[in-house]
Design a protein around this ligand. Sequence first.
Ligand SMILES: Nc1ncnc2c1ncn2[C@@H]1O[C@H](COP(=O)(O)OP(=O)(O)O)[C@@H](O)[C@H]1O
Ligand SMILES: [Mg+2]
Length: 282
Amino acid sequence: MTEQIVTKNLKFEYEQEDEQKVLVIKDMNIKINKGEFVAILGHNGSGKSTLAKHFNAILLPTQGAVFVDGIDTCTPNQLFNIRKKVGMVFQNPDNQIVATIVEEDVAFALENLGVEPKEIRKRVKEALESVEMYQFKDHAPHQLSGGQKQRVAIAGILAMRPECIVLDEPTAMLDPRGRKEVLDTIIDLNARYSTTVALITHYMDEAAKADRIIVVDHGEVIMEGKPSEVFSHVEKLKEIGLDVPQVTELCYNLRKEGIDIPDDIITEEECIQALEKLLQNA
Ligand SMILES: Nc1ncnc2c1ncn2[C@@H]1O[C@H](COP(=O)(O)OP(=O)(O)O)[C@@H](O)[C@H]1O
Ligand SMILES: [Mg+2]
């Protein structure tokens, strides 16, 4: 397995206006492999966004190091290369859309890079097609729904052909339908193009779709593993203010009542199957 993003004993402190320093990332050792879909969970203020900003050198470590595709993010003159490899998508699509026409918005970064017009057209088409927004290419972004806007923002990143895309709560401002559109897009990118995905989310059902979950609390990794493993620690997650998927909670409560049902259920299908089995044997 090839490593896409590695943090080695990463520490980060913000310097406040009064020159007080706040240690936000304590000692993080994280690995994200190429082609992997990793979800990052944690309570508000646990350091998720700060961590994510290290993945494409928006922030540089106070101590320790971050490597992107083997390149230390502190290496001078590699900033451009790193930003090309790792694209970032943020919470609010309105802050990420710059042009008044969808197509122009997706082309914006490429134009700034001086990419040839023919190549731009090709990449914009591809990027919009991969988020299923090509039919909206002539629309004004403000006419689109939140989910559609966020997909356009993702297309803008994809047009740069990144190896990895980091999404910091990309669905937080969307309605359920927009959330589903964006999540399906992310899953599809990962499955079809093997784009490495780091998804920061508050939604447990989104995290359940990842290959691996990393749970952070107070600037430290406190749990890591497959979604079914991580979500089986219901009590521990609740202690740090996190939930588990609804079906996991249901099974947890059934087990507490003495009912023999597995502790690694994270999807509705798995839950239905387990309940059917119980009823057949009853
Ligand atoms: N620019 C900043 N200056 C000082 N402190 C900050 C700054 N940004 C975030 N913090 C603090 O760092 C901690 C982690 O923040 P953040 O990484 O945004 O967490 P999360 O994304 O998990 O909510 C919080 O306590 C927050 O107040
Ligand atoms: Mg955040």
